[in-house]
Design a protein around this ligand. Structure first.
Ligand code: FES
Length: 156
């Protein structure tokens, strides 16, 4: 018998250690593969669309300023013209309230006039106006991606 020849018999203890080693190695490879695949998938945050249908023009009476709570906007109708004003305060984003002569922010007291202009701070900018168009099914379509001047109306 050759004293330096390797022992070809594996003991039971050696077999279990070898098996455990292979399982641990496979787990490490799989965990690395999962991590690599996950790295390729972008972290996307899906947000609701900024374009929405506000309803039929006749749903808004002449001279009305209607608060659409879900969208945080005011829909303003004067005669046959329609506009949409953001209800989000330009200071820190609270929702403004309609008052007799304009809008008031309950958080820090900013006051805005009827056109959304700042009458008193701390709001740094006027409220924003959004583009209003008419959809194919004759609904008012507001696009909060598109800011417009306060004198831009949808005329029907
Ligand atoms: S959030 Fe409106 S005044 Fe501060």
């Amino acid at each position: 018998m050759n004293p330096i020849a390797p022992d070809k018999h594996v003991s039971r203890r050696g077999f279990f250690e070898l098996t455990l080693g292979w399982i641990a190695a496979m787990f490490a490879v799989c965990a690395s593969a999962v991590g690599a695949v996950r790295f390729l998938v972008p972290n996307v945050l899906f947000e609701p669309s900024l374009v929405f249908k506000a309803g039929k023009p006749e749903d808004f009476p002449d001279g009305s300023v209607t608060f659409l709570e879900e969208e945080r906007v005011f829909l303003v109708r004067q005669g046959n013209t329609f506009r949409c004003l953001s209800a989000i305060c330009t200071h820190l984003g609270c929702t403004v309230n309609r008052t007799g002569q304009g809008y008031h922010c309950p958080c820090h007291g900013s006051v805005f006039d009827d056109q959304g202009g700042v009458k008193s701070g701390p709001a740094p900018r006027a409220l924003e106006w959004f583009l209003v168009t008419l959809s194919k099914d004759s609904r008012l379509l507001v696009d909060k991606n598109q800011r417009v001047n306060s004198d831009k109306y949808l005329v029907l």
